[in-house]
Design a protein. Sequence first.
Length: 230
Amino acid sequence: MTTHPLPVGTRVSHINQQWASRLPDGTATVLDREGPWPDGSWEYQVRAARDFSRQPGPDNPESRTTWWPSWATAPSPTKEKPVNDNPHDSENAHAEQEVLSLHQLLTRAIAAVDNNMEEAFEVFGLPNLWSLTKPEVRRQVLLLAAWEARTATAAELASPTSAGQYAWAFTQYASTWAEQHPDGDAEGFCAGPHPARHAASSLAFDHDDFLLSLETALLLASRAAPTEGP
């Protein structure tokens, strides 16, 4: 049973979004709250997706502010945290290295085949590798690649699939965040929380169409500066 009031910043979903139970990060963020009212209830001001009936993402950004009653507001059940929340934790340190290594592989793989997506899939076995990668790591790879590709143009990210739309949205998220945080870096951007992280989670945790997140990551990697490796 949910205990109210919820803290500002809590990721939540609405009870009428029954499909949202499979989303790791909910569908909205608590911005403010009012109450308690005489019946003991509260109201939450939330930033939610433009289309209430669909999960948040680059094509459905969390750009709408509205109020939800506490009886209809449930916190996200996720317990996962950014992989760099605690750099001294050995498990998180391993995840960080996995993110960096996978990002390097995607960057070098797509460059080696002159940005030919299908050839990169076949030559490097990327679909199988991506399918075996934890969603949390896939999300961080998307964010890191977006940060590295934040100056890319829409034309450079053109694609016959919706991956191009996602890639362009992620670069815009990263570019905007960089402008708002002049001293920010990749680590800060990847840690969140911000709309890019929520969008990356929605894409990375989509088990039904994991190739879309892989194509998006490769498009971003194709415009990213190669990182140094051993």
